[in-house]
Ligand binder design. Structure first.
Ligand code: PMP
Length: 289
């Protein structure tokens, strides 16, 4: 099945999909995006992702490109036309196409929307998993990390630095030595006292939809959660650690910089949450039809 992209109202072959050279997303990163996981043909936490998209757009004063019902229809069309059983849908909305100039273009300028869908091998979250390594790096981003903007240069540099150091993810660290979040994931630890800790939502992090789902899951399972920041030193002393995102799900961390976490194996609470998240994904996807 050949891939199809959605570009401003048209479904086009993926390799022919193009945006205008003066799209403000292309020239200024004046755009926002969302990634929704597809599980068994259903969408995982679509409502949460669309609510966050709306919020990102509003914070940047970019108009919604279409009504919610239309957007939900296009997302489903993309899943169907690309034959996605498991994978992701990516959507990006820019302030539109206009002659290059920093101030916002005329109010009548239409926002531009593109969407892609990608098939991925089905991931078994109940299968044994080896944990990942984290590299800590300074957080050099701006003060509105709560907006899911396509302006991702610091995140890309952090991720690349991690990969070149043999780590899977980078944890960005603020001026006070506290972890904000990963380059493309939220950061969690389980302290020696058995407390689950993740940074509270603020302008310093993206409020992950997976993060929100896991907060609800932890409450249901009776896992004690504290939303607060934690230092790199505290992370290195933690009993367990893991990362979350729509595409990484719940992924155990077994090393932070040169320090092995716990006994070097994924922790029991991390694995319990990972399994519960698998159930949540299946359930949420089933409901999305
Ligand atoms: N933080 C950042 C910086 C991200 O890019 C992402 C994923 N896009 C996340 C956190 C996790 O968000 P979600 O759970 O909604 O995928």
């Amino acid at each position: 099945m050949s891939r199809i992209a959605y570009v401003n109202g048209a479904y086009v072959p993926h390799r022919e999909a193009q945006v205008h050279v003066e799209d403000r997303g292309y020239q200024f990163a004046d755009a926002v995006y969302e990634v929704i996981a597809v599980r068994g043909g259903g969408l995982v936490d679509e409502a949460g992702h669309l609510a966050r998209l709306k919020r990102s757009l509003a914070e940047l004063r970019i108009r919604a490109p279409m009504r919610d019902t239309a957007l939900r229809h296009v997302i489903r069309e993309m899943v169907a036309r690309n034959g996605v059983r498991d994978g992701i849908v990516y959507m990006q909305v820019s302030r539109g196409v206009a002659r290059r100039d920093h101030p916002f273009p005329a109010a009548a300028t239409k926002p531009a929307i593109v969407m892609t869908a990608r098939r991925m091998p089905r991931f078994d979250l109940r299968a044994p998993v080896t944990g990942i390594k984290i590299l800590t790096v300074p957080d050099i981003r701006w003060q509105r990390c709560d907006i899911k903007s396509v302006s991702l240069l610091p995140n890309i540099l952090a991720k690349q630095q991690a990969r070149e150091a043999g780590a899977y993810e980078a944890w960005q660290v603020d001026a006070d030595g506290r972890v904000t979040e990963g380059a493309s994931t939220n950061a969690w630890i389980v302290t020696k006292a058995g407390e689950l800790v993740t940074r509270s939502a603020s302008n310093a992090i993206l409020n992950g939809i997976t993060r929100l789902a896991l907060i609800a899951i932890a409450a249901k399972l009776g896992v004690r959660l504290v939303e607060r920041s934690f230092t790199v030193a505290e992370a290195k002393e933690a009993r367990e650690a893991f990362i979350t995102s729509a595409t990484s799900f719940v992924l155990p961390v077994v090393q932070v910089d040169d320090r092995v976490i716990g006994n070097g194996e994924p922790g029991s609470i991390s694995l319990q949450l990972r399994e519960a998240y698998a159930d949540h994904m299946d359930e949420a996807a089933r409901r999305s039809a």
